[in-house]
Design a protein around this ligand. Sequence first.
Ligand code: C5P
Length: 222
Amino acid sequence: TTPHTIAIDGPAASGKSTLGKLLADHFGYIYFDTGVLYRALTYVALEQAVDLADAAALAKLAQTSNFEVLPPTIADGRQYTVLANGEDITWPLRAANVERNVSQVAAQPAVREALRDIQRHIGKSGNVVMAGRDIGAVIMPDAQLKIYLDASVEERAQRRAQELNARGRSISYREVLDDLNRRDAKDAANTFLADDAITITTDGRSPEEVFQAILSVIGVEA
Ligand code: C5P
């Protein structure tokens, strides 16, 4: 039977977004990328010069900020539009200053708690594919399908470097690899492989192959 709640977890650049969107389009569900929330909070904290080590200040900022994820408002290659207090931060969320600081923000238990309810709320509405690090284990423990995507850090760095360079940010493979290694280490404590998850290693496999593999595991015709 078709799962109505799908959790996808795994490290940065393991293919969660691509697979998530393929599955969401296939089933007609919404796709929700929870990394956006942690990135948006980090962006606003940097903007307002909030001390990133001050957990209480960050949690308060999470509660008082209004984050919205909308269908794309501009055709510039974006998959969705993200607003923070009305400001379009879709691309700034992907910038180096956010990427280098987001793991420190996300490591604070008070921050995770402050962002938990909104994620659970979206999960409860059903017909959703949600991607992150702790979705199958913490946010949607009852998800009907749990997928854990993995790939070697070298493969992930290659993909991410290609993606960033295609978007016009000039960055070397080495720099991306170092950034990913640092982020993986900081995210490890909040990245979970749920007991009942299907694990897929995506090295050398195209998004389409991974998508087909998932459909065949759950017994749904493409
Ligand atoms: O998935 P993405 O790389 O955009 O996530 C950005 C950061 O947000 C991660 O490196 C991690 O620190 C944090 N995150 C998290 N839990 C999630 C999703 C993202 O801690 N469920």
